[in-house]
Design a protein around this ligand. Structure first.
Ligand code: ZN
Length: 357
């Protein structure tokens, strides 16, 4: 199964392909933009373009494009944060086979994946492998492309100056045959020595037309249904807020939305016993993380309510939803302190009932 198509981004794609065609594309690029906006997918598209052997790049039809879309192109390398390998000094082939597995996992889902957990990183063995691969000639084409996702998670200094310096040298002067494309949603967290060596390109949120095209892809729709994300396209557009990857944020995402919807329904129920039951279902002080996720999801749903009220010029409804959003915001603040989630929920549902009904 190939990668899911890259949707939208016509302006940026034209700019990049024009730069590549005229030979002005920098050798080291940093794609920066919000989390989940599709920076790595865009980087892989650019890799496909650079490796394509047809006139009209990327043609999507040549062998090279086929390999790139199936992530089997030997000259298209993709690195991103991974758990640390058990062997403290893994060989190049250990690193390569770990990434083959990780990439196969991402590809099994068409290239839709949740953000890696914070304890994963691009460790020094990976940086060493990358530098080593960059020193080799291209395997089948005339170029090599390295995509380095979540580059701020790179830990090249980690007790190994040699790899760090080799990587910086590579970034500074990649050979004419090599293109490095880093991506980051937190460019401020990148080592300044890395940031200063790459040309930054901003990847803005995906526009609504692009988002709708993405959501209409049957493989995307199926993955979202499986993840329990609300079915309506309008809601999906609102939840993603220009960052399709956010919909695949994590496995609990769908659960948070369902829990959020239940709480809002409970607040709207005429019978207070429904509110009590919903409060009890929240559980005590445990699972604080999932409670704050639920509150975040409530904010998203209420935000959608505000937007639709404004769209219908229903000022009263917009105002009451705005009050509800304020109440959720206060609850969110208390939840990050040491307050019992049930207490917060009980008060929040009373406030929501007062503002929304
Ligand atoms: Zn091609």
């Amino acid at each position: 199964m190939p990668l899911i198509e890259l949707y939208g981004r016509d302006g940026l794609r034209n700019l990049l392909s024009e730069s590549a065609r005229s030979g002005r594309l920098p050798g080291s690029i940093l794609l920066q933009g919000p989390h989940g906006v599709g920076k790595q997918r865009l980087a892989l598209w650019l890799g496909q373009l650079l490796l394509c052997t047809s006139e009209d790049k990327p043609c999507g039809k040549c062998k090279s494009c086929e390999y790139a879309l199936n992530l089997t192109h030997p000259d298209l390398h993709w690195y991103f944060p991974r758990p640390r390998l058990k062997d403290p000094d893994p060989s190049l082939s250990d690193v390569v086979s770990d990434y083959q597995e990780a990439i196969a996992e991402r590809l099994a889902n068409g290239g839709l994946y949740a953000a890696p957990p914070g304890n994963e990183a691009i460790y020094v063995a990976t940086v060493r492998a990358l530098v080593q691969q960059a020193s080799l000639s291209p395997a089948i084409g005339t170029k090599k492309v390295f995509v380095i996702g979540d580059a701020e998670q790179m830990a090249p200094r980690e007790g190994n100056e040699e790899s760090a310096n080799a990587f910086l040298k590579l970034l500074e002067e990649p050979s004419a045959k090599t293109t490095l494309i880093m991506t980051s949603s937190e460019p401020g967290a990148l080592l300044p020595t890395i940031r200063s060596r790459a040309v930054s390109i901003r990847v803005p949120p995906l526009d609504e037309a692009g988002m709708r095209a993405f959501l209409a892809d049957p493989r995307v729709a199926r993955a979202l249904d499986d993840a329990g994300v609300p079915k309506s396209t309008a809601e999906r557009v609102a939840l993603a807020a220009g960052a399709p990857g956010r919909l695949f944020g994590d496995e609990s995402r769908g659960r948070s939305i369902i829990a959020a919807r239940k709480l809002i329904d409970a607040a709207l129920a005429p019978n207070t016993s429904v509110r009590h039951a919903a409060t009890l279902a929240i559980g005590g002080s445990g699972a604080r993380g999932s409670f704050t996720d639920t509150l975040d999801a409530m904010l998203v749903l209420i935000g959608e309510r505000i937007r639709s009220a404004l769209h219908d010029s229903n000022d009263a409804r917009a105002l009451s939803a705005t009050r509800a959003a304020d109440a959720i915001g206060r609850a969110r603040e208390r939840a990050s302190g040491n307050v019992n989630p049930q207490l917060i929920t009980a008060q929040l549902l009373d406030e929501l009932a007062a503002s929304l009904s």
